[in-house]
Write a protein that binds this ligand. Structure first.
Ligand SMILES: NC(=O)c1ccc[n+]([C@@H]2O[C@H](COP(=O)([O-])OP(=O)(O)OC[C@H]3O[C@@H](n4cnc5c(N)ncnc54)[C@H](OP(=O)(O)O)[C@@H]3O)[C@@H](O)[C@H]2O)c1
Length: 301
C-alpha cells in the first residue's frame, strides 16, 4: 500500500510517499480503506523528534492518529461493525491507503469525508477537558486558542450543552469564532481586562489549548487553579493546574456524530492536501495559525 513515511527525525522534507506492508486489524480493531486523515500537531512533534523521550519512534514510521474511511477488515471480537461500513476514528499510521482504528464511530451522512477525517482527535481531547472542568449549562467558559482543532471542538460541545463561550484567537480568526457562536477576543497581555469587559458576571472555567503561558491569567480570570485545565502547558503543575494528556473520553466520537446528525456540531476544514503533500500539511500545522482541521485526501493519492 502507499503510505507517507519518515526514516529519521527531521524537517517536513523527511516525509516521503513510499510502499509499505499492509497492516491488519487485531482484536477489538478495524482496518479501513482510508479516505481522509486528519493532521494534528503531535504528528509533526513526533516527526521532528521533539517527543522522542515520550514516544520513541521505530523507523520507518507512518504518521497519523486519526482517519475516516470504509471498513475492509474486522478484528476478532468486534460486533456491530461490518466490512463496507463508513467510519471515522482514532488509530495509528493513518497517512496511508489502509490503517487500523482502535476507536471509531459511524460517519454521519451530513459530514463530508474531508470533515470526518478530522473529527476524532479534537473531539476526544475537547470532551475530556470539558469533563474535567465539569462544564454545565448556564456557565461561561473561556477557551484560550479557540480557533484550532481542539478549541473549535470544545466550543461546539460546550455551546451544544448551553454554555456561553468566550474564545481567544488572532484577529484573522475572529469572524470564524463568531460564526461558531463564540465571543472572540485576542490573546496576549491584558487578557483579564478584555475578558472582564465581555463577561461582566465572570468566567466559571477556562481551557488552555494553546500552551503559550497564559495559565496565571486564566487562574486570575476564573479565581482558582481548579477551574483551569490545559492540554499543552507542561509547566502546569507549577501553577497547580491540571494537564491532561491521556486519551480516554472515547464516547466523544459517537457523541460528536450524534450532535452532527442533530445539526448541533460541525467541523471546519482549514485546508486539504493530497497525501503526497503531507510535508506541506505539516508546514501549515507547524505555522500554528489554523482555523479548524488540516486534512490529507488519501483516496486521491
Ligand atoms: N494533551 C493532549 O491530549 C492533546 C491532544 C490534542 C492536542 N494537544 C496539543 O494541544 C495543542 C493544540 O492542538 P490543536 O490540534 O488544537 O492545534 P491547532 O489546530 O494547530 O490550533 C492551534 C491554535 O492555537 C492558536 N494560537 C496560536 N498562538 C496562540 C497564543 N499565543 N495564544 C492562544 N492561542 C494561540 C491558533 O489560533 P490563531 O490562528 O487565531 O492564532 C490556532 O488556532 C497542540 O500543542 C497539541 O499538540 C494535546
Amino acid at each position: 500500500m502507499l503510505a507517507v513515511t519518515f526514516a529519521a527525525y527531521g524537517e517536513p522534507s523527511v516525509l516521503q510517499l513510499t510502499t509499505m506492508p499492509e497492516p491488519h486489524a487485531g482484536p477489538g480493531q478495524v482496518r479501513i480503506r482510508v479516505r481522509t486523515a486528519g493532521v494534528n500537531p503531535i504528528d509533526w512533534k513526533v516527526r521532528g523528534g521533539y517527543l522522542r523521550d515520550i514516544f520513541p519512534t521505530q523507523f520507518p514510521a507512518i504518521p497519523g492518529a486519526e482517519a475516516a474511511g470504509v471498513v475492509d477488515e474486522v478484528g476478532e471480537g468486534m460486533e456491530g461493525v461490518n466490512v463496507g461500513d463508513e467510519v471515522f476514528g482514532l488509530g495509528s499510521g493513518t497517512y496511508a491507503e489502509l490503517a487500523v482504528l482502535h476507536q471509531f464511530a459511524r460517519k454521519p451522512a451530513a459530514l463530508t469525508w474531508e470533515q470526518a477525517g478530522g473529527v476524532a482527535v479534537a473531539a476526544e481531547t475537547a470532551l475530556r477537558a470539558l469533563e474535567i472542568l465539569h462544564t454545565a449549562a448556564g456557565q461561561t467558559l473561556l477557551i484560550d486558542g479557540a480557533a484550532g482543532g481542539v478549541g473549535s471542538a470544545a466550543a461546539r460541545f460546550a455551546l451544544a450543552e448551553g454554555v456561553t463561550v468566550i474564545g481567544t484567537a488572532s484577529e484573522a480568526n475572529h469572524a470564524y469564532l463568531r460564526d461558531l457562536g463564540v465571543v472572540p477576543t485576542t490573546y496576549g497581555p491584558g487578557l483579564p481586562a478584555r475578558v472582564a469587559g465581555l463577561a461582566p458576571n465572570g468566567v466559571d472555567v477556562a481551557f488552555d489549548t494553546a500552551g503559550k503561558g497564559s495559565l496565571k491569567e486564566l487562574i486570575e480570570i476564573t479565581g482558582s487553579a481548579d477551574r483551569v485545565v490545559t492540554i499543552a502547558n507542561f509547566a502546569a503543575a507549577e501553577h497547580g493546574v491540571r494537564l491532561t494528556t491521556e486519551p480516554h473520553a472515547f464516547h466523544a466520537l459517537p457523541r460528536a456524530a450524534r450532535l452532527v446528525e442533530e445539526g448541533r456540531y460541525d467541523v471546519a476544514v482549514d485546508s486539504v492536501f493530497p497525501l503526497a503533500d503531507a510535508a506541506r500539511a505539516h508546514e501549515r500545522s507547524e505555522g500554528g495559525h489554523v482555523s479548524g482541521k488540516i486534512i490529507l485526501a488519501v483516496a486521491d493519492a
